[in-house]
Design a protein around this ligand. Structure first.
Ligand code: GLC
Length: 563
């Protein structure tokens, strides 16, 4: 890392003036640890692997990293099934490895956010094991949501709720004495029992977990399924519409999503984080019907940020993009919070494929060889580069998902026997799930796992044509996707776009998203008619080469100056 990079970045622990905290404008890079870099050689990425790549992240120019879970877990849902919230799973390393990674990141002025999974634990968590042993009516069972079944002998589940991963959201126990027993709720896999957040012991337990990681020095938390913790009283039946997204999204009044009782929990956590120095932050993973609803999660005494999934789910369509951007800035601005922007993560089809599918594919279903929806690769990459260039010019905070800076597509051709997402198993292969966006990323054009693993092993097979997408193949090539991201991040910093404001430019017509952010003019041509550039403008960046000096279709340019 160069010393100039170091100088231009703020110290991670210096307090900022209210309104200028780092999380208002940060570019946060999501690391999915099992697929990032594998130092141990077992084919699964780990914390020492992350530490070994911190210089690459500093070179990219991001402000913070968010790590998907690396805590002790049987890995039934790739770590989102936590058995011990205050320890590192041996496949990822040790607490000492975590400390070394954190120190290395902070030394490069990169902040670190960890994933907190409060909606459910693993069924291997000591609390759930104690609940099984203790029996109905016990305080141990009261930490989770156990109920007697319906029907003459309790043979029917307590209500009709479905798991996000498919199948019923309830599983019946065999009690310690061998009889058929109570049912427990799991909105996700049967190995992920939901906590009962009306129980003060659960609340206190999570305060302790927050403190554990804050005291180790983390800069904040990404809160998993933040819209799910509180369930409606009486657990009433609910049947989602047939075309509903698996995590809710556009549904209203769902008895397990977005219940008002969650806000009190986040106010409590807000106060707890404020006891620590350094502007620690909470980011909500909450799939809610609109930015206006999501904005309630980031009122000034609740979370600091929420993922803008409405933006992620917007088609590559200029009027829709303008409208979601305007709606987001207004809704979050009204509560004094930054908007966030995100295009990819470990749960959705990578945007280099998603933005050019032959037909729609609902969120969470994934795509595979037999899906009706198939990506059009070249168009997808061109649009992804244009979309990312537009996103990184917007005021607020942006999230990147590992590998998007390389232009990685969704891996469609995974063999059935390699798939590991519980969605695939619980729907008997009807929904492919999310493995296609989780394939270990390529670092080098050579080597049997493209430099991912010291041994060449990889927990999901990597596709044959990834050599040209490898980081070392793209480094130093001025037209590569990696160079585009580096340029965008550097110019974003130079022109303070993250803390800027947006002023629409209307003169380019309906198929174009054009705006000014401070000194920078951004023109995204989402249509097919080439656009002439203003005279005398200096091009800071273009997502695809200009065509005879004009901005071609599916291309974003950043300009300064010009009439
Ligand atoms: C969140 C995570 C997802 C996980 C689920 C259950 O949506 O992002 O990966 O499967 O929660 O924890």
């Amino acid at each position: 890392m160069t010393s100039s990079t170091q100088q231009s970045r703020p110290e991670t622990r210096l307090p900022s003036a209210p309104g200028a905290e780092w999380w208002r404008s940060a570019v946060i890079y999501q690391i999915y640890p099992r697929s990032f870099a594998d130092a141990s050689g077992d084919g699964i990425g780990d914390l020492p692997g992350i530490t070994s790549k911190l210089d690459d992240l500093a070179e990219l120019g991001i402000d913070a990293i968010w790590l998907s879970p690396f805590m002790t877990s049987p890995q039934k849902d790739a770590g989102y099934d936590v058995a011990d919230y205050c320890d590192v799973d041996p496949i990822f390393g040790t607490l000492a490895d975590f400390d070394a990674m954190l120190e290395g990141a902070h030394a490069r002025s990169i902040r670190v956010i960890v994933d907190l999974v409060p909606n459910h634990s693993s069924d291997q968590h000591v609390w759930f094991q104690a609940a099984l042993a203790a029996g109905p009516g016990s305080p141990e069972r009261a930490r989770y949501i156990f109920r007697d079944g319906l029907g003459e002998n309790g043979e029917l589940p307590p209500n009709n709720w479905e798991s996000v991963f498919g199948g019923p959201a309830w599983t019946r126990l065999v009690e310690p004495d061998g009889t058929q027993g109570q049912w427990y709720l799991h909105l996700f896999d049967s190995s992920q029992p939901d906590f009962d957040w009306t129980n003060e012991e659960v609340r206190e337990g999570f305060r302790g977990i927050l403190r554990f990681w804050l005291e180790r020095g983390v800069d904040g938390f990404r809160v998993d399924v933040a819209h799910g913790l509180v369930k409606a009283d009486g657990l009433p039946d609910y049947t989602p519409p047939a075309d509903a997204a698996s995590m809710g999204g556009d549904e209203q009044n769902v008895p397990y999503w977005g219940q008002p009782g969650v806000h009190e929990i986040y106010r409590d956590w807000h106060g707890l984080l404020a006891e620590y120095d350094g502007d620690r932050a909470l980011a909500a993973e909450a799939w809610l019907p609109s930015p206006a609803k999501t904005a309630l999660w980031v009122r000034s005494d609740e979370m600091h940020q929420a993922f803008n999934f409405e933006y992620l789910e917007t088609d590559w369509h200029a009027p829709k993009l303008r409208s979601v951007i305007a709606e987001s800035l207004a809704a979050y601005g009204a509560v004094g919070a930054p908007s966030t922007w995100v295009l990819s993560n470990h749960d959705v089809i990578r945007h280099a494929s998603r933005l050019a599918l032959t037909t729609e594919s609902p969120q969470g279903n994934g795509i595979g060889p037999l899906s009706e929806a198939q990506p059009i690769p070249e168009l997808g990459l061109r649009r992804a580069r244009a979309a990312s260039s537009m996103m990184l010019a917007l005021p607020g905070s942006a999230y990147l998902y590992q590998g998007e800076e390389l232009g990685l597509p969704e891996v469609v051709e995974l063999p059935d026997d390699a798939r590991q997402d519980p969605t695939w198993f619980r729907t008997h292969g009807e929904r492919y799930g999310r493995d296609g966006c989780r394939v270990p990323i390529p670092w080098t054009a050579d080597g049997s796992s493209y430099g991912f693993s010291a041994s060449g092993a990889s927990w999901l097979p990597q596709p044959p044509r990834w050599a040209e997408l490898a980081r070392d193949a793209q480094r130093g090539q001025s037209d590569s996707t990696l160079s585009l991201y580096r340029r965008a991040l550097a110019e974003r910093r130079t022109h303070a776009l993250g803390t800027g404001s947006l002023e629409w430019i209307d003169e380019y017509g309906d198929d174009v998203v054009a705006f000014r952010n401070g000194a920078v003019t951004v023109i995204a041509n989402v249509g097919s008619t080439p656009l002439e550039l203003p005279t005398d403008a200096t091009v800071l960046l273009t997502s695809s080469p200009l065509e005879d000096g004009a901005v071609g279709s599916d291309t974003t340019v950043w300009l300064v100056g010009g009439a």
